[in-house]
Design a protein around this ligand. Structure first.
Ligand code: SAH
Ligand code: DHB
Ligand code: MG
Length: 216
């Protein structure tokens, strides 16, 4: 194990403390053959902290996978809070629903199946927090929708905006890199948000996430 994975383990065990339902969600996702691309525990806990900070009552997620990040954010919601998570693949949604049920979040968190771009127009805002973590090529469109559905003071978090540094390759033809670069340009030019992006190393390698504060 490389050093940053060991440190991630140390931080997870020490201060993050994922609960049994979170651990089970990862195990069950693995058993079901889902890819191991959930956020790390440290990032999941950050999503929880951010949701608490904005006093989130309504959360939007694009890209559910097995519901690991969904559980982290759902845990920050009050009993009458609501989280809607969009997932393309029925198999992922099924695993996520079972994981959410085990976490006691079945009344708070709903997984909707389909292409996010087909589902987003059916949603009603406003959301207090949006987490974008699906196919990276559509990041700009997801960001536009999240912005449209946000209240002033809301946060929009986008995962995987560094991609081992490939994001700075202006000549890249990788659709994922192109999606992230278009997203960054869009955030930079958007007067309704003020944003930053943080590079990260950890159990998921070298990547990063963007956080945009919706101003108006
Ligand atoms: N947020 C999750 C990880 C999501 S992985 C976590 O951290 O635990 C990305 C997910 O996005 C995958 O499950 C994938 O099936 C889904 N996805 C890919 N393309 C999509 C699309 N067009 N619409 C909705 N979901 C999509
Ligand atoms: C991939 C997707 C993710 O959301 C992630 O956090 C890591 C990797 C991927 O598609 O490879
Ligand atoms: Mg991700």
């Amino acid at each position: 194990m490389n050093l940053w994975s060991k440190v991630d383990q140390y931080l997870s065990d020490g201060i993050v403390k994922p609960d049994a339902a979170l651990e089970a969600a990862l195990e069950e996702s693995d058993k079901a053959g889902l890819p191991a691309i959930s956020v790390s525990a440290t990032h999941g806990k950050l999503l929880w902290v951010l949701a608490k900070l904005v006093n989130a009552k309504r959360i939007l997620e694009v890209g559910t996978l097995g519901g690991y990040s969904t559980i982290w954010m759902g845990r920050a919601l009050p009993k009458d809070g609501r989280l809607i998570s969009l997932e393309l693949l029925p198999k992922h949604a099924e695993v996520a629903r079972a994981n959410l049920k085990r976490a006691g979040l079945e009344k708070i968190a709903e997984v909707r199946v389909g292409k996010a771009l087909d589902l987003l127009p059916q949603l009603e805002g406003p959301f207090d927090l949006s987490f974008i973590d699906a196919d990276k090529s559509n990041n700009p469109e997801y960001f536009s929708w999240a912005l449209k559905l946000s209240r002033p003071g809301a946060l929009i978090v986008v995962d995987n905006v560094v991609r081992e540094g490939r994001v700075i390759d202006a000549k890249s033809r990788d659709v994922n890199v192109l999606g992230v670069r278009r997203l960054n340009e869009m955030i930079a030019a958007e007067p309704r948000v003020s944003a930053t992006a943080i590079q990260t190393v950890g159990s998921k390698g070298y990547d990063g996430f963007a956080v945009a504060l919706v101003l108006s």
